[in-house]
Design a protein around this ligand. Structure first.
Ligand code: 3PG
Length: 408
């Protein structure tokens, strides 16, 4: 296991007049190439400001979306938002490691910031491999020569073993940024594996990732109960043999989720404590919204129903720790926001220590005006759950290797 308390931070280095490569996670919800939420960008402002005030020149690198998805876009809108939040011009280059990017990096002066374009535009970044392999990628070999220090502030990407996360630490002295440091410290402190019962409420879009994480939570006996919502719940219901009707099966097929059913079935058969909704709020053919029992759904599932919220609420009352990630339905549509809102509210009123991951839930907490009741809001989704499942995060493993190599 990584010795977290021994990992170097910004306090371990002098950054004055140093050229710093800062890995952040600016991956944000997007519609029509515009950012719908800026909380991930805001989160990194203290780290960037501190580096600039301490006399570094800062080159920021991030991903946005995944190839083939609608949110796989340039970081130009992120540069505009970052300029606004920092109160200073952020230079942007629509390139990651080509001649123009390298020229702009070389010319950067202390106190200046440059944002490179979406690092996943490079094929290499989309492959997961061990740090030693990623250190040999062109990205790392080309860019590392131009820097004195690598700072990893991207807690939300810490579960990915990609070159910009795990390759640079083997090529450059490396430390954690303030977001990474704060998340790791807070989570190690607040999440005592011995506190129980621990209830995980899991929904959201990244269904294959969530089901893999559920496997880990079950294998390591971290969760006493897992309350599923959204598409994750639909996969488990089908695995239980429940007919969700043509429309919902077509959605699962279109999203490529039917292949997860055998894995979900194996988890259920192993006796994993996985709960599924008993009713849903659905959209009918005539455009009306109805509540239907899970075992006889005909409309298009858009949210969990009131009976599910009530029964999940009863279970949450028993909890000592509640971890919640991902919305329970299509909450961008106000008609289907209720389930997520009510589950968040119930968790916050339960008296349990609460940990939330992901921008959707943060928006709901703000809307409810219940920020003071929250235990911890994490910038991470998958990274948060992997960390809580007891997995060593590749980003932290790489920072530990960097410490051994460079002695920082
Ligand atoms: C996230 O939103 O969980 C991180 O930005 C990682 O994104 P990914 O799941 O596409 O690797």
């Amino acid at each position: 296991m990584v010795r977290l308390e021994e990992l170097p931070t910004l306090d371990s280095v002098d950054v004055s007049n140093k050229k710093v490569l800062l890995r952040v996670d600016f991956n944000s919800p997007v519609r029509d190439e515009e950012l719908l939420d800026d909380s991930r960008i805001r989160a990194h402002i203290p780290t960037i400001k501190e580096l600039l005030e301490r006399g570094a020149s800062v080159v920021v690198i991030s991903h946005q979306g995944r190839p083939g998805e609608d949110d796989f876009i340039t970081l130009e809108p992120h540069a505009r938002k970052l300029s606004e939040l920092l109160g200073q011009t952020v230079n942007f280059v629509d390139d990651v490691m080509g001649p123009e990017a390298r020229r702009r990096i070389k010319e950067l002066k202390p106190g200046e910031v440059l944002l490179l374009d979406n690092v996943r535009f490079l094929a290499e970044e989309n492959i997961n491999a061990p740090p030693e392999v990623q250190a040999r990628t062109y990205l790392v070999r080309r860019l590392s020569k131009l820097f004195d220090l690598y700072v990893n502030d991207a807690f939300a990407t810490a579960h990915r073993s990609q070159p910009s996360v795990v390759g640079f630490p083997l090529a450059l002295p490396s430390v954690m940024g303030r977001v990474m440091e704060k998340e790791v410290k807070a989570l190690s402190k607040v999440f005592n594996p011995k506190d129980s019962p621990k209830i995980f409420v899991l929904g959201g879009g990244k269904v294959p990732d969530t089901i893999s994480i559920i496997e880990n939570l079950v294998k390591n006996k971290v969760a006493d109960r897992i309350l599923t919502t959204g598409l994750v719940a639909e996969v488990f219901l089908v695995a239980k043999g429940i007919d969700l009707g043509e429309k919902n099966m077509a959605v699962l097929e279109k999203k490529g989720l039917l292949g997860l059913i055998p894995k979900a079935r194996r988890l259920l058969l192993s006796g994993a404590p996985i709960e599924t909704p008993i009713d849903f709020r659905v959209l009918d053919e005539d455009g009306s919204v109805k509540v239907e029992p899970a075992f006889s759904v005909t409309g298009l599932i858009r949210d969990v129903g009131p009976a599910t919220v009530k029964s999940y609420g009863e279970l949450m009352k028993e909890a000592k720790v509640i971890v919640m990630r991902g919305p329970a339905g299509v909450m961008e549509d106000p008609r289907f926001r209720e389930g997520t809102r009510e589950l968040v509210k119930t968790a916050l009123e339960s008296g349990a220590f609460t940990i939330f991951g992901g921008g959707h839930l943060t928006a709901v907490i703000k809307e409810l005006g219940m920020e003071d009741k929250v235990g911890h809001i994490s910038t991470g989704g998958g990274a948060l759950l992997s960390f809580l499942a007891g997995k060593d995060l590749p980003a932290l493993v790489a920072l530990e290797k960097s410490k051994e190599k460079f002695g920082i």
